[in-house]
Design a protein around this ligand. Structure first.
Ligand code: Q46
Ligand code: ZN
Length: 337
């Protein structure tokens, strides 16, 4: 197998593009596609400061690398969820990445904002862990952007993430979720930062290959609470489809964006107000984050609050966080030169 660009030995075959690349040419190809996506979708310009939400995983660190190398002004944001060893290891990866490149990294702990880390929020509220976690992340991302003067937050959602989300929303015909399925969510209120997903055209496999070839030290393990998530099942189904018909995921997502999303767009006349407690946007009087914080406070006695805030497991440790979403490892996908 030969590299399409230089004719040298290819290390990665991209069946959906019917092509193959050597390492350096794949890196160039990947960067070109991501930066072209940023420009074509008008995500941000080189004059704007971009807050890049990083989790320590391959996607967000690959994104930060591409944007930094592409000449954009970036600052990382790590949200410490307080999920046992997983959070400690992922935070260390983000700090090392930032330090090696001399890039600024902001760290915000959910425990400080909410009064308890994510596992304790789960125990205190019985709300599905990922729902409380997702809500907290969106809230903290937006607030960190506003407070830091960043007009835009970039996240590392890739093609597999977006296609799986679309698949799930379509199965439920969740119209408001379909209306929000966009690589760019504009700032529809003065207190909302723009949210963008520059990797939405790049597959998980391609992103992992980029991170590997760039020598980025990322956390391979997935969050322990990801086990059994419906989105993982949807990803597996789409992977089977992609295996027999390369390009299916991209066609599904791009086809929706081109042809169907407009049908759902007007059906969501959302009026945003400011939360009377924290000033962040909400559709009611008090925002969902403040309500959740109240719930946590009510459910926990003072001693429990102290323990939860310092990330002591309140019931039991979650199952080991080894290779939960997939056993994919970039190294096994790259053919040795
Ligand atoms: S939502 Fe759920 Fe993730 Fe939060 S609790 Fe873990 S798996 S980190 S993307
Ligand atoms: Zn609020």
């Amino acid at each position: 197998m030969k590299c399409r660009k230089c004719g040298g030995r290819a290390v990665l075959e991209l069946r959906r593009h019917n092509t193959a690349f050597c390492g350096p040419d794949f890196v160039t190809f990947f960067r070109h596609h991501v930066l072209e996506t940023v420009r074509r979708w008008r995500m941000f310009t080189t004059d704007e400061s971009v807050l890049v939400a990083v989790s320590g995983g391959k996607d967000s660190l690959a994104l930060w690398d591409v944007l930094h190398e592409g000449g954009y002004r970036t600052t990382g944001l790590y949200i410490d969820l307080g999920i046992f060893d997983y959070s400690r290891a992922s935070k260390a990866r983000c700090e090392a990445f930032a330090a090696e490149r001399g890039l600024p990294l902001r760290v915000v702990a959910v425990a400080e904002e909410m009064g308890a880390a994510i596992p304790a929020v789960r125990d205190a509220t019985r709300r599905p862990t990922c729902s409380a976690c997702g809500l907290s992340k969106r809230y903290i991302m937006n607030r960190a952007a506003l407070e830091g003067g960043f007009p835009v937050v970039a996240t590392g959602h890739n093609l597999d993430d977006e296609a799986a989300t679309l698949f799930g929303s379509t199965l439920r015909w969740d119209e408001s979720a379909l209306a929000r399925q966009m690589p760019v969510l504009g700032a529809t209120h003065a207190k909302l930062a723009r949210r963008v997903k520059p990797l939405f055209r790049m597959s998980e496999r391609e992103t992992a290959a980029y991170a590997f070839l760039r020598g980025i030290d990322y956390i391979v393990e997935e969050c322990p609470f990801a086990r059994g998530a419906t989105s993982i099942m949807h990803k597996e189904l789409l992977n089977r489809l992609e295996d027999t018909s390369p390009g299916s995921k991209a066609m599904f997502l791009q086809g929706f964006l081109d042809k169907a999303r407009g049908l759902f767009q007007e059906r969501e006349p959302v009026v945003l107000m400011e939360c009377v407690r924290c000033g962040q946007t909400t559709t009611g009087e008090i925002c969902a984050f403040c309500k959740l914080r109240d719930q946590v406070k009510r459910a926990m006695r003072p001693t429990e609050r102290t323990a939860a805030a310092v990330d002591l497991p309140s019931t039991e440790d979650p199952p080991s966080a080894r290779g939960l979403i997939s056993d994919f490892h970039a190294a096994s996908e790259i053919h040795a030169p």
